[in-house]
Design a protein. Structure first.
Length: 134
């Protein structure tokens, strides 16, 4: 049947950066994405034994950063954007976030290195994080 809903569509002239879930990838040993120029798709698997997956990335010019969850997403996941020192800059559910599922929408960031953290409160299983630098 047909499904009615809200969908996000990204068009890119480049292939997205894709990363599988490689452990350990917690805040202390975040998995490196490298330079984020456009789109990155990160496969994560969190649950009771592994409550966070973290990824570092570098931005070379000011951007509006979007971070969303793709297939497998449900309530119970959280997204956080940290600076390179680990200080929280944004988290899903803050006032600028109009999404039903965890998302960071159009968060302005300057050149530098950042960490995106996927957390699981009470859910278990694989999910994909989509990062978009606009």
């Amino acid at each position: 049947g047909n499904e009615v809903g809200v969908y996000n569509l990204w068009l890119s002239s480049k292939d997205p950066v894709t990363l599988g879930d490689v452990e350990p990838n917690d805040r202390a040993q975040a998995q490196a994405i490298g330079q984020l120029d456009d789109v990155a798709v990160l496969d994560a698997d969190v649950g009771p034994a592994d409550t966070e997956d973290a990824y570092t990335f570098t931005i070379t010019h000011p951007v509006d950063l979007d971070a969303y969850l793709a297939y497998g997403a449900a309530a119970g996941y959280t997204l956080q954007l940290l600076d390179d020192q680990g200080a929280t800059l944004a988290r899903s559910g803050q006032p600028f976030d109009g999404e039903l599922l965890p998302a960071l929408d159009g968060f302005k960031i300057d050149p530098g290195t950042y960490i995106i953290v996927l957390g699981a409160d009470f859910v278990d299983g694989p999910v994909s994080v989509i990062l978009v630098a606009n």
